[in-house]
Design a protein around this ligand. Structure first.
Ligand SMILES: NC(=O)c1ccc[n+]([C@@H]2O[C@H](COP(=O)([O-])OP(=O)(O)OC[C@H]3O[C@@H](n4cnc5c(N)ncnc54)[C@H](OP(=O)(O)O)[C@@H]3O)[C@@H](O)[C@H]2O)c1
Length: 345
C-alpha cells in the first residue's frame, strides 16, 4: 500500500466534491489501486488547516457546507495561504482548485510554481495559470523533463471530458489535422433555449438561475472561457505556443432565435465551436458560433454537454463527449490525475 499525502487548495464546488470522493472511495482506491490518499492540508480563502496525521474529509465537507472556513477548526490558521503550507514539505501531491482568473493567474499560479520548484507534483483544475504561464509550468515539470515533478490538469478543459488525455496520450504518433470542441457548458444550453424561441436575455437568466454561468457571464457568453480552454489545448496537445489574444473570438450575444431557426431550416445547427485548423505547420485558433452539418458529432450535443473531435492522419476521427457532469466531473478528473501520478511515482 502506498500512502500519498495531499494538500488541497480551494474547497468550493470542485474542492468539496474532491473531499467527497476521498470520503466515499477510500476503500476502492486502496483495494483497486493500492493507493491510500491521506489529506494532510486544506486551504480556503480565509486560511488553512494542516495535520500530518491526516484530516477527516467528511468533517471538512460538512464544515464547508455550513459556509465555515477551515481556519476556524482546531489547529486552523487564519490568513495562512497554501504557499506557506508548502514550507512544511510534508505533502506528496498538491491539488489546486481555487478560483481562476485570466489576468494574473493567482492564487493558483504561485501555488503551482512553488510546489513544482519544491519538487512536488501538481494537479490543477484552474485554467488561469495554464493560460498565462504554461511554458513556465511546463519547464518546471515532467512536460519538458521526465525527471521533474508531474503536472496534470485533465479537469481544466471540460471537467471529466478527457480532451487533454485523448489528444496527448491516445493520439501519440498521429498528426492532428483539426481540433473542434464544444468546451463551454453554458453556451449550448443558451443556444438550445434560443432554438426553443426564448430571447437571449431570457436564456441568460435561465442559465444563471441554474447556477451554470460564471459570476461574470461575459466569460461564458463572449467566449473567453472557451478561448482559454482552446489556448490550453493548443499548448498541451498541439504543441503550439498560444495566448488569449491569438484566438479569433466571437461570442453568442448577437445570436437570435430567428437565426437559430433559419440555420435549422437549412438542415444545419449553430454551435459555439472552439476550433484549431491547420494553416501550414501552425494552427489557426478560433471560437464562435459556427454552422455544422447535422451529421457532425458536435451538432448532436444537447443540454449541458461538452465534446471534442480530433481529425488525424492515421487515426481518423476521434471524438468524445460528456453529459451533465457539473463540478463532480472536474473533481473526478482531479482524482484520475492524482491516481496516475501516485501510480507512477
Ligand atoms: N465548477 C466547475 O465545474 C469547474 C470546471 C472546470 C474547472 N473549474 C475550475 O476549478 C476551480 C474551482 O472552481 P469552483 O467552482 O470550485 O470555485 P468556487 O466554488 O468559487 O470555490 C473556490 C474555492 O477556493 C477558495 N479560495 C478563494 N480564494 C482563495 C485563495 N486565495 N487561496 C485558497 N483558496 C481560495 C474558496 O474559499 P471559500 O470556501 O472560503 O470561499 C473556495 O473554497 C476554478 O479555477 C474553476 O475555474 C471548475
Amino acid at each position: 500500500m502506498k500512502t500519498q499525502r495531499l494538500l488541497l487548495n480551494g474547497l468550493g464546488n470542485v474542492g468539496r466534491r474532491f473531499l467527497e470522493l476521498l470520503r466515499d472511495r477510500g476503500t476502492l482506491l486502496r483495494d483497486a489501486y493500492g493507493i491510500d490518499f491521506r489529506l494532510v492540508g486544506a486551504v480556503d480563502s480565509r486560511g488553512a488547516l494542516y495535520d500530518p496525521a491526516g484530516l477527516d474529509p467528511a468533517r471538512l465537507v460538512a464544515w464547508k457546507l455550513e459556509g465555515r472556513s477551515v481556519a476556524e477548526l482546531p489547529g486552523g490558521e487564519a490568513g495562512q495561504a497554501a504557499t506557506c503550507l508548502l514550507k512544511h514539505g510534508e505533502a506528496d501531491l498538491v491539488l489546486e482548485a481555487a478560483p481562476t482568473n485570466f489576468w494574473n493567474g493567482q492564487p493558483g499560479l504561485d501555488v503551482a510554481l512553488k510546489a513544482l520548484a519544491a519538487g512536488l507534483p501538481v494537479v490543477m483544475a484552474s485554467k488561469g495559470p495554464l493560460v498565462l504561464a504554461f511554458e513556465e509550468l511546463a519547464a518546471l515539470s515532467d512536460w519538458r523533463d521526465p525527471r521533474k515533478p508531474a503536472l496534470r490538469f485533465s479537469g481544466a478543459v471540460g471537467g471529466a471530458l478527457p480532451s487533454v488525455n485523448l489528444g496527448r496520450r491516445d493520439l501519440a504518433g498521429a498528426k492532428i489535422l483539426k481540433l473542434e470542441g464544444v468546451l463551454n457548458l453554458c453556451c449550448p444550453l443558451i443556444l438550445a433555449d434560443l432554438e426553443r424561441g426564448l430571447s437571449m436575455d431570457e436564456a441568460i437568466t435561465r442559465a444563471q438561475a441554474l447556477g451554470l454561468l460564471e459570476t461574470d457571464p461575459s466569460l461564458d457568453i463572449d467566449g473567453h472561457d472557451a478561448a482559454a480552454k482552446l489556448v490550453i489545448l493548443a499548448q498541451a496537445v498541439l504543441n503550439q505556443p498560444a495566448r488569449m489574444a491569438d484566438v479569433c473570438r466571437e461570442g453568442i450575444r448577437g445570436v437570435t432565435p430567428e437565426r437559430m431557426a433559419e440555420v435549422r431550416a437549412r438542415g444545419r445547427r449553430l454551435v459555439m465551436l472552439a476550433r484549431a485548423e491547420r494553416e501550414g505547420e501552425a494552427f489557426r485558433l478560433s471560437v464562435g458560433p459556427t454552422e455544422l452539418e447535422l451529421d457532425h458529432p458536435l451538432a448532436r450535443l444537447e443540454g449541458d454537454a461538452a465534446g471534442i473531435v480530433y481529425d488525424t492522419d492515421i487515426q481518423g476521427r476521434q471524438a468524445c463527449f460528456t453529459y451533465g457532469q457539473g463540478p463532480m466531473g472536474t473533481a473526478a478528473a482531479m482524482l484520475r490525475d492524482a491516481l496516475e501520478i501516485a501510480q507512477k511515482g
